[in-house]
Design a protein around this ligand. Structure first.
Ligand SMILES: *Cc1c(COP(=O)(O)O)cnc(C)c1O
Length: 374
């Protein structure tokens, strides 16, 4: 199925932030499988945890308990400050679960989302996603969603009526080009939700697990949401996600489910990933190297630069022209880059990327910048 627009290379193996194609060409990876390989490619601890668990038990369903799921749940609760965990296989699935939980516990139907938001591509999650081109062919979607400008709490306040169950926000908008809201945004949204008695869902699918220089994006704002959704980097590349909530918000048996949710293998991947992030100080490394990356981009001398922004190793470099030729040039010169919109390069490399690798990647971008075209 031609669902994906692919670049003309085939990848074969990887280590750290280096990836090798089938012809033996090496690349510095500044994409990390779209903010997934936070601990780098094929980290030995992850590989070994997967191997060990695969020899014991791979899948059980949720008709029974497994110890490893309980251990992971406890660990996640401590890390996030959330009390409950429902496991999924992807970010869209985590947001689906969040929507169902919000409707179930509030008895209300509506959602407030933000312009330029991305929350996934299944019918529910797509209803919360802004981009017209992604939505249009699949309408009708869930009708009760209001979109307001990102970063403006007063517009959320205006959109709340008696039938709104929840507001959903990303701590930093990823897919639309690394949009960082004002510092007071999340804290004031938090206050508003409490005051007006609606749930606050924070979508940490992209910002989670050290990506922004904190364990989770909402820590920058020192807030705890009612519901938090996670996926991407959670399993270090193994598909696993989670929807977490405060104690009082929970499903009853039968409300929701997923046959392969929270398999022992997925739990092993997630536990190993959390341990690597912690043991190798990757959250701090993301903060420090992210600052270096953002500054280095800001220092490039070009009249085409519009902005260099982000937190930790989630950095957007906006130019006044199409960056597509830069992505191609970089790939041909050993650097994998990703663009979000046509004029924003999004850097979300593995958090283990070395400073020298960042410097090399930036040198390649610098050489390519004049290719940036209308
Ligand atoms: C990637 C992403 C999703 C969707 O996750 P999938 O695993 O692709 O379903 C949802 N929300 C945000 C913020 C994302 O970046």
């Amino acid at each position: 199925m031609t669902a994906f627009a692919r670049q003309p290379i085939a990848l074969e193996r990887g280590r750290g932030a280096t990836i090798t194609d089938v012809d033996g060409r090496e690349y510095i990876d500044c994409v990390a499988g779209v903010a997934v390989n936070n601990i780098g490619h094929c980290h030995p601890s992850l590989v070994s945890a997967l191997r060990t668990q695969a020899e014991k038990l791979i899948h059980t369903s949720n008709l029974y308990y497994t110890e490893i799921q309980a251990v992971l749940a406890e660990r996640m609760a401590r890390l996030t400050g959330m009390e409950r965990l429902y496991m999924t296989n992807s970010g869209a699935e985590s947001n689906e679960a969040a929507m169902k939980l919000a409707r179930k516990v509030t008895g209300k139907k509506g959602f407030i989302s933000t312009k330029n938001a991305f929350h996934g591509r299944t019918m529910g999650a797509l209803s919360l996603t802004w981009k017209e081109a992604l939505r249009r062919p699949f309408e009708p979607l869930i009708a009760d969603v209001t979109f307001v400008d990102y970063g403006k709490v007063e517009l959320i306040a205006d959109a709340i009526d008696d039938d709104v169950a929840a507001v959903i926000v990303e701590p930093i908008q990823g897919e639309s080009g690394v949009i960082v809201p004002p510092d007071e945004y999340l804290p004031t949204v938090r206050e508003l939700c409490t005051e007006r008695d609606i749930l606050m869902i924070v979508d940490e699918v992209q910002t989670g697990f050290g990506r922004t220089g904190r364990w989770f994006g909402c820590e920058h704002a020192a807030i705890t949401p009612d519901i938090m959704t996670l996926a991407k980097a959670m399993g270090g590349g193994f598909p696993v996600g989670a929807m977490m909530s405060q104690e009082e918000y929970k499903f009853a048996p039968g409300d929701h489910g997923g046959t392969q949710s929270g398999s022992p293998l997925a739990c092993a991947a997630a536990l190993a990933t959390l341990e690597v992030i912690e043991n190798e100080g990757l959250v701090e490394q993301s903060r420090v190297n992210g600052e270096y990356l953002k500054q280095s981009l800001a220092n490039l001398e070009t009249s085409k630069a519009v902005d260099s922004r982000g937190k930790g190793l989630m950095v957007g470099y906006e130019l006044s022209c199409s960056v597509l030729p830069i992505v191609s040039y970089a790939r041909e010169n050993g650097v994998l880059l990703n663009n979000t919109s046509e004029n924003v390069l999004r850097f979300v490399p593995p958090l283990v990327i070395k400073k020298e690798q960042i410097a090399t990647a930036i040198a390649v971008v610098e050489r390519a910048i004049d290719l940036c075209s209308r």
